[in-house]
Ligand binder design. Structure first.
Ligand code: AVJ
Length: 319
């Protein structure tokens, strides 16, 4: 059997830059100042994120892998899926555990990063001869409607990326996912669960300082892509647990007052000493909360699994 790899480009370099410009312009004018976490992932940011997933304090990656191992066969049976479409597939590394059980005829890898997709595709076709691999470069906030049609499809959204969405936008994303599926098709959702706040904070403020470097790399991205002049050493990494909203927040705190020029936006912004730039929320979930939100979006939950320690949850839902 021959393997087929296709490539679709929904996101051009120019679109990406226009999106960054719009988000940074709005975010630096907002109170408090904020930049959405989707801009963390340039090449260096992706490398730092991979390094985070290998840290002893950062439990979600291994926990999700363990949950997938326990659940994969049942997911394959319950879903009956013959085609998998993964959003934010990155290296597609953990996905293999699922593909081993599902053995779909077709796998769509959807990511903003073309280099991540290219890196993954060859290995997948070698491991799964005869499986068609479609690489789609796109932004799932805008391009869900372009996912390929097919029969018995399963949307796969792993890694806890859903946690980057606060409740309002999250409802919108889940509804958009439901809208792309036909009745009977499924969604597999990975979500990090509420747990001891000490463990949570350590996962986002590791002792080796990798998460701090990941957070501050955002300022290097702005300096390079938008010709800004952030003094990167003038900001420190902050990670805190918001118990009311049940989310982790990452911020960059100005150690001293500074004026920042963003040439490409023709913008000058002032940071007071101690002022914080909000860079990420990472929501943590409870089983009933996830089921309720999925129900609200038009799904019904048909399966729930966690790793043996109960740290990370996988939900299978049917439209
Ligand atoms: C990729 C969004 C799931 O929220 O845990 C890791 C990103 N940020 N450490 C997360 C992240 C800081 C990660 N997600």
């Amino acid at each position: 059997t021959e393997s087929v790899i296709t490539h679709t480009q929904l996101l051009l370099q120019d679109d990406l830059r226009a999106g960054l410009r719009a988000d940074v312009l709005a975010g630096l004018r907002a109170e408090p100042k904020q930049i959405p976490p989707k801009w963390f992932y340039d090449q260096r940011g992706s490398e730092l994120f991979d390094a985070i997933t290998a840290l002893p304090e950062y439990y979600p990656t291994e926990a999700e892998r363990a949950a997938l191992r326990l659940a994969a066969e049942e997911i394959a049976e319950l879903s009956g899926a013959r085609m998998a479409m993964e959003l934010g597939s990155g290296s597609s590394d953990k996905t293999r555990t699922l593909l081993d059980a599902l053995r779909p005829g077709r796998y769509v890898a959807f990511d903003v990063s073309e280099s991540a997709l290219d890196g993954a595709a060859g290995g997948l076709t070698r491991r799964y001869p005869g499986m068609q691999v479609d690489c789609v470069v796109g932004d799932f906030d805008r391009h869900l409607g372009f996912l390929p049609d097919g029969e018995d499809r399963m949307l796969v959204f792993l890694g806890g990326t859903i946690g980057n969405y606060a409740p309002g936008p999250r409802a919108g994303l889940l509804a958009a996912m439901a809208a792309t599926l036909r009745p009977g098709e499924t969604l597999l959702l990975g979500a990090d669960l509420v747990k001891d706040s000490g463990r949570l904070v350590r996962a986002y403020d590791d002792s080796a300082g990798v998460t701090a470097a990941f957070n501050r790399n955002l300022l290097s991205i702005l300096n390079r892509e938008l010709r800004a002049d952030f003094d990167i050493d003038g900001f420190e990494h902050v990670a805190l647990w918001d118990a009311r909203n049940e989310w982790i927040e990452m911020r960059l705190r100005a150690l001293r007052a500074q004026r920042v020029r963003v040439e490409d936006l023709d913008l000058t912004v002032e940071f007071a000493a101690g002022e914080e730039l909000h860079t990420e929320v990472s929501c943590k979930f409870r089983r009933e909360g996830i089921a309720g939100e999925l129900d609200e979006a038009g799904f019904s939950t048909i399966g729930w699994w966690t790793d043996p320690d109960g740290d990370f949850g996988l939900t299978l839902a049917r439209k």
